[in-house]
Design a protein around this ligand. Structure first.
Ligand code: CMP
Length: 292
């Protein structure tokens, strides 16, 4: 932009960024083996959720260069409060790291051969499942399972890690899996008059996401990581398998769901209503999983 000296002296110069918001660029890269389309989608979704990233304009993710050892990307995002751009850039990088980790996308850097070998060893160590089996056997609803069943459940579950403040489950979404908190803590939040209200904080060994999984209804609340949190995701098929050999499981789940539904509404202490709802849920879960 060229501005003559005479205008600077005489007139106020107004810089009008798009939608009155200022943009930032954050750079990152991936290995050539990772799909650019997948990377673009994953990063866009991760970044648009970060605090201080404007909801008014969707972040743009694009390839800057096909580098020597990496695909080089940039993400352009718009800030609500420009003064906090350093912190927000940092948060955006952090969100990209966590999103990559969950999606199995890898950053590229010169020592990648060494890094890939180390990671393969680490994954092998993690895959022994021992931490997962211990965790699942301590979950109250899974207490009736045999050692073999718990081991199979651990094998069938997938671990995901979330950054502090990241949304694990969004109210209104469809969902066909539930989660056990392996490490960390999450808050269950509903929106009241446009503001988030925390109805429960769930710790290691607690589970969530069972309502949509067992009823087929949309997610009832947002579940947000309060710190770095690793969850174990358990899908429909794994649970269906367990129901066949553990009919009591349906009963304890019906009870938990009924209690939690009451906790979401304004009548948390109404024991009779919870018992009634629990009985109704018992039948609908059995139908939903084809157990009749
Ligand atoms: P789901 O509806 O699938 O997704 C949101 C989850 O939040 C829900 O399953 C429950 O696991 C959890 N949840 C909802 N209400 C409560 C509550 N009152 N106490 C604890 N957890 C809850």
């Amino acid at each position: 932009m060229l501005v003559s000296k005479s205008s600077i002296a005489k007139e106020a110069i107004e810089v009008a960024p798009r939608g009155n918001l200022n943009a930032r660029l954050v750079y990152f890269n991936t290995l050539y083996t990772d799909s650019p389309a997948k990377t673009i989608h994953i990063v866009r979704e991760a970044v648009r959720e970060a605090d201080n990233v404007s909801e008014k304009i969707t972040p743009i993710v694009r390839i800057r260069d096909l580098g020597e050892s990496s695909i080089d990307f940039e993400v352009k995002y718009w800030l609500e409060d420009y003064a906090r751009y350093n912190d927000t850039d940092a948060l955006v990088r952090q969100r990209i790291w966590y999103a990559f980790r969950r999606a199995g996308i890898r950053f590229a850097f010169p020592t990648r051969t060494l890094h890939v070998e180390r990671k393969a060893q680490m994954e092998a160590a993690q895959m022994d499942g021992r931490g997962f089996i211990d965790r699942l056997s301590a979950v109250d609803i899974f207490a009736p399972l045999s050692v073999d069943e718990t081991a199979r459940l651990a094998q069938a579950s997938a671990s995901h890690i979330f950054a502090p403040g990241e949304t694990v489950i969004r109210a209104g979404d469809q969902g066909s899996s539930m989660f056990v908190v392996h490490n960390g803590r999450v808050a269950v939040q509903v929106t009241d008059n446009g503001r988030p209200r925390t109805v429960a904080v769930l710790n290691e060994g607690d589970f969530f996401g069972e309502m949509a999984l067992f009823t087929g209804e949309p997610r009832t609340a947002n579940v947000v990581a309060l710190e770095e949190t690793e969850v174990l995701e358990i899908g429909y098929q794994a649970m269906k398998h367990l129901f066949a050999t553990n009919p009591d499981l349906v009963e304890s789940l019906s009870h938990t769901i009924a209690e939690r539904r009451a906790g979401l509404s304004a009548r948390p202490e109404d024991k009779e209503a919870v018992a009634e709802e629990s009985a109704g849920l018992f039948n609908s879960i059995r139908r939903f999983f084809g157990l009749d």
